[in-house]
Design a protein around this ligand. Sequence first.
Ligand code: MG
Ligand code: MG
Length: 255
Amino acid sequence: MKTDEEIELLRENNILVSKTLAEVGRHIRPGVTTLELDRIAEEFIRSHGAVPAFLGYQGFPASLCISVNEQVVHGIPSSKCVLKEGDIVSVDCGTFMKGFVGDSAYTFAVGEVAEDVRQLMQVTKEALYKGTAQAKAGNRVGDVSAAVQAYAESYGYGVVRELEGHGLGRKMHEDPGVPNYGARGRGPLLKEGMVICIEPMINMGTKAVVFERDGWTVRTRDRKPAAHYEFAVAVRKSGPDVLTDFSIIEQTINN
Ligand code: MG
Ligand code: MG
């Protein structure tokens, strides 16, 4: 459980993550490499007095995880990965500032994407909102998980089992784990002042994933696309207090 002061520091971090994702989103277009996006994010984070939380985390070599199309999460930015019209790109960003961590993710379209891919993005984001609505004191983690799963599966999508959301605080991954599948009324009790990351990873096809030999990248087994959105949320008696702000991102990409 976090104090109000700690929650405000977590909010500061997650607003900086939101601004960084907006800055990255502004540069997403055909022809840009994912390594260029990583450099933009690192400079942006450092110029705001923070440190990229992913860089060096368990040996991860970059500031962002950038996962394109069939890559679900943990893609490594590369000068060889050139974005093209019709791609989708999931960008996961972390900051460390004033002793606390920010961690949020957003899936962007590169130019015009196919209608079924657009729907996958929309439904994954809505699944995040459905899960977030359950993040109130007195509920259980399973209420969040079940809401995400039910919504995604109602569209026939695959809900990734191998990776999950988590508590957030001075460390990036704290208890409890927050799966994207589960049963209502089950799992750890959500208490006032808990901060959790809810992060649906939803596949257009099979839920099965493959861990690539680079040691990081996770992709769909059938190579159909996947989407990933992530919020940091403070659990309150009155309901969820979302510490991430997607409107900052969406103002930028709609311009
Ligand atoms: Mg993340
Ligand atoms: Mg996370």
